[in-house]
Write a protein of this length. Structure first.
Lengths: 572, 309
């Protein structure tokens, strides 16, 4: 594939997971090395052996996962690697001054003396940008920069990006949020399976058209089929935008096979990156690093078939019995500081309750309290008819609480065990997984096979070790297991993080299905759009308190964003 | 009373250097993110090589040989942990076992079970003008390593907190990927720290056989390497903290010997075993009150792989 990047433009690169966006950018930043093809900067062919070369050429990168040392100050992080010295010693005061100057020059408000781990996510991102600018970056690559930001922070980032472009710098924005891209970019490059499939101007396209380019035609046809009811339409719009979530994806394709880039008038250009045959099949030269997986289209098809089922519309549903009623919940975080400082919460049968908030505001701890993994320090509540206090994980399971945890490899599965063994986990001592004190191999196999078929897990092979499955299929196994136990209350945390669009669609469909069957669902997600698409009610958490409560018709993304940043409930 | 205190202080200053050097070596390695369980083994090869080298060369040069031997063993650790990304704890334990068995083997085949022949110890240095001052007088009459052990923690602390290299080492122990994206070499920084740690641990071992004793004995260093690790943890991975902890342990040891020799009647009241356990009991007591503040380098023991995030 080939790509030109021109001076002083804001180029957006969009594409699905595994389309090769991040790999391409890592090549431009010298972290990965192309198998073939070349990169040219300013018309000269260059070899980028390490980030040092890229920095020297004026290329800076802000990674999706921040590359900051949390225990160091802002100034130390920015100057690391090119520290000012005085008589051989690190000159901290000068570092602070230099960084303050850079901040001022580009209009960032940051305290260079603050330790990075005390900053908000939005500020940390600014530190990353300052870090690149401080090194004289003329081309700034931002990899999925808004994935973790509130709407307000994302707006500010957009202003920052436009400001940099106005100063003649070049910004390359990698994103999956199409609306945002349309609002800010000068030019949009669409990638699919390691190839550049289109270059468009925002004025000549729309979110729908871009999504179609990203996922390919067959996928889009199915997507629009799914958008049958207004609610479904809302959801599938969100899904289209969720395309390109970080994934160890089902479509783990060779991202690219070589690259070339020039720069003349054109500042940066990559050509000849190749990955797949024209018909979407794997080209003969597939790198062994990327084992193929199930084709995305087929996965999506099945998922959307499920999605097309009639789902009760919100508002028409009678309010169910109270499953959970909690007041004044308080609990400590892992670091021993209060993480929940008085949370009131109710969940009824047949509703999805969303928990929104910026990462680290008590969501994780709340989910752990509800599943018995974390003990309360104060507050009380009734969970499925009995007190919440003193709940243990076993007790929670016995009462009918299901849990899809945030980190499945840590909390949900044993990756070295087989798929069927993982499906039996937690219910391994009862039918159909056991007879008396012995494992019921036949019953377990049968149940596993029917679940794998029903949830479209690929490959549907119960004896494979779980780690042989892709992340999306692992997650399907977890969801299948938890729902198969027919929970009355289901606690799901970040259920679609790292999944490709097919798996996302399917997990969402399953959650709606559970709701339709009367399960109460607590959905904790950092992705506001996911919460808004699925939840009937939303609680916003900020620093361990509920700062806002919204019910479906009154969703206001701006207001939610304000509450996520701690704004008081003045006119809510 | 003053006399007893003087004797305790003197004994502490005599015993502390080996522990201090090893603890500093461990701090250096671990701040860069490489687990230093192998310190015990590095001390042992350092002690052995210094004792053997001193048979054919001047003792100060033999101490240098001991340092190089420690660094050589650290290089094996670095090769396994940095180059091949193997488990750092397992690698360290393996080095300890190899050093233990190898030391015994070489000792018995070449010198017999009782240790190497005696060598010329490092000479004590006297400061006449200090000797007459009460308490401070205890500073006089030690061999060179004692004074180095008082100076080196300051230097290392300055290096870690005040120099660009120190900043990079701390960063590489907390978040190596951040360091890599800035164009610095993670392996180079870690190699430097591991080899430096090996030199220091080797020095600690060499001090044992050239100043505390005058030979390499079968059991050297008898767990001192592990006490050095405890000192590192207790000192929250800072050179000055590790120094203070190591000095505290050495003081506990001096106290034990002092108590046994200055009050023979005590042994009738308190069993000898309790006295022997005193330094360790003190350690446990202090660790109990230390609290839980987490100061472990964040990426300690995590092998660095460029393409994982």
């Amino acid at each position: 594939m080939s790509l030109d990047i021109r001076e002083g433009e804001l180029l957006a690169v969009v594409g699905e997971n595994g389309a090769g966006k991040s790999s391409l950018m890592n090549v431009l930043y010298g972290l990965y090395h192309p198998d073939s093809g070349e990169v040219s900067v300013g018309g000269k062919s260059v070899r980028l052996k390490s980030p040092r070369d890229a920095i020297a050429l004026g290329i800076g990168m802000v990674h999706q996962h921040f590359m900051l040392v949390p225990t160091l100050t802002v100034a130390e992080n920015v100057v690391l690697g090119r520290e000012p010295t005085r008589r051989g010693l690190f000159d901290w005061e000068r570092a602070v001054k230099e960084v303050a100057a850079t901040c001022e020059r580009f209009g960032f408000v940051l305290d260079p003396r603050a330790r990075v781990d005390t900053l908000t996510v939005g500020s940390q991102q600014k530190v990353e940008i300052v870090k690149a600018l401080h090194r004289g970056a003329r081309v700034l690559i931002l990899d999925e920069p808004t994935a973790v930001l509130t709407p307000q922070e994302a707006d500010e980032l957009a202003r920052v990006m436009r400001g940099l472009v106005a100063q003649g710098r070049t910004v390359v924005l990698i994103s999956h949020k199409l609306k945002e891209v349309l609002g800010v970019a000068d030019r949009i490059a669409v990638m699919r399976r390691g190839r550049l499939v289109a270059e468009v101007r925002p004025s000549e396209t729309s979110a729908t058209a871009l999504a179609a380019l990203m996922v390919g035609e067959s996928q889009r046809a199915v997507m629009s089929n799914a958008a049958a009811t207004p609610e479904e339409k809302l959801a599938s719009e969100a899904l289209l935008e969720a395309v390109g979530f970080p994934a160890q994806g089902d479509n783990g394709r060779p991202a690219q096979h070589g690259g070339e880039a020039h720069l003349g008038d054109v500042l940066l250009e990559a050509t000849g990156l190749q990955a797949l045959g024209d018909n979407g099949r794997t080209a003969p030269r597939v790198s062994e690093k990327f084992p193929g997986g199930a084709l995305l289209e087929t996965t999506g098809l099945q998922a959307l078939g499920d999605n097309g089922r009639p789902v009760p519309r919100v508002g028409e549903k009678p309010p169910g019995d109270l499953l959970l009623e909690a007041t004044g919940l308080q609990a400590l975080g892992d670091n021993g500081c209060p993480a929940l400082r008085g949370v009131d919460l109710t969940v009824r049968e047949g509703e999805i309750v969303g928990i929104a908030g910026v990462d680290g505001n008590g969501q994780r701890e709340l989910a752990e309290v509800l599943t018995g993994l974390r003990s309360l320090t104060a507050g009380s509540g009734t969970l499925l008819g009995r007190p919440l206090k003193g709940l243990t994980p076993a007790e929670a399971r016995a009462r009918g609480v299901g849990h899809v945890p945030e980190d499945r490899l840590r909390r949900a599965v044993v990756k070295a065990l087989s798929v069927e063994e993982n499906i039996a986990l937690g219910r391994h001592s009862g039918p159909p997984f056991a007879k008396g004190m012995w494992i019921d191999f036949a019953g377990r196999r049968e149940r596993a096979q029917s679940l794998l078929a029903a949830y479209d897990v690929r490959p549907p092979e119960p004896t494979l070790p779980l780690q042989a499955l892709s992340g999306g299929n692992q997650q399907k196994v977890v969801v299948a297991r938890e729902l198969d136990a027919r929970p009355r209350l289901l606690v799901v945390v970040q259920p679609t993080r790292g999944l490709d669009i097919g798996a996302v669609t399917q997990v969402h469909a399953r959650l709606r299905e559970a709701r339709a069957q009367g399960t109460g669902v607590v959905l904790v997600s950092l992705d506001l759009e996911e919460v808004l698409a699925l939840a009937d009610r939303v609680y916003v958490l900020f620093e361990g308190r509920v700062t806002g409560q919204f019910t479906r018709p009154e969703y206001d993304e701006r207001e939610l964003g304000r509450r996520m940043l701690g704004a008081e409930q003045a006119h809510g | 009373m003053l006399e007893i205190l003087h004797r305790l202080l003197f004994a502490t200053l005599d015993a502390a250097p080996a522990l201090v050097f090893a603890a500093l070596g461990a701090v250096l390695s671990e701040r860069a993110g490489v687990v230093a369980v192998g310190v015990e083994g590095m001390m042992r090869v350092g002690a052995f090589c210094a004792a053997v080298a001193a048979l054919v060369m001047p003792t100060p040069a033999a101490v240098g040989m001991g340092m190089l031997a420690g660094a050589a063993l650290a290089a094996v650790h670095g090769f396994l942990c940095i180059r091949w990304r193997s488990d750092q704890v397992v690698s360290g334990i393996a080095l300890n076992l190899v050093a233990l068995a190898g030391g015994t083997f070489l000792l018995e085949t070449h010198f017999g079970p009782n240790g190497t022949p005696p060598i010329q110890q490092l000479p004590p240095l006297h400061w006449p003008e200090l000797a007459s001052v009460p308490l401070l007088g205890a500073l006089s009459g030690h061999a060179a390593p004692t004074y180095l052990a008082l100076l080196l923690p300051l230097l290392l602390q300055g290096m870690l907190t005040r120099t660009p290299l120190g900043l990079r080492l701390r960063a590489v122990g907390d978040k190596p990927h951040a360091v890599a994206t800035l164009g610095l070499s993670v392996p180079a920084l870690r190699w430097g720290a591991v080899l430096g740690g090996g030199l220091l641990a080797g020095l600690g071992g060499a001090v044992l056989s050239t100043t505390v004793l005058d030979r390499f004995e079968q059991h050297t260093p008898a767990g001192l390497g592990f006490m050095a690790l405890a000192a590192m943890v207790f000192g929250r991975w800072t050179p000055m903290g590790a120094f203070a902890a190591a000095a505290f342990f050495a003081f506990g040891n001096a106290l034990r010997i002092g108590l046994a020799s200055s009050a023979p009647g005590l042994l009738e009241l308190v069993p000898q075993g309790v006295l022997l356990a005193l330094p360790y009991l003190l350690t446990l007591l202090v660790l109990t009150f230390q609290g839980q503040r987490n100061s472990t380098p964040a990426s300690l023991g995590v092998p660095y792989e460029q393409e994982s995030r």
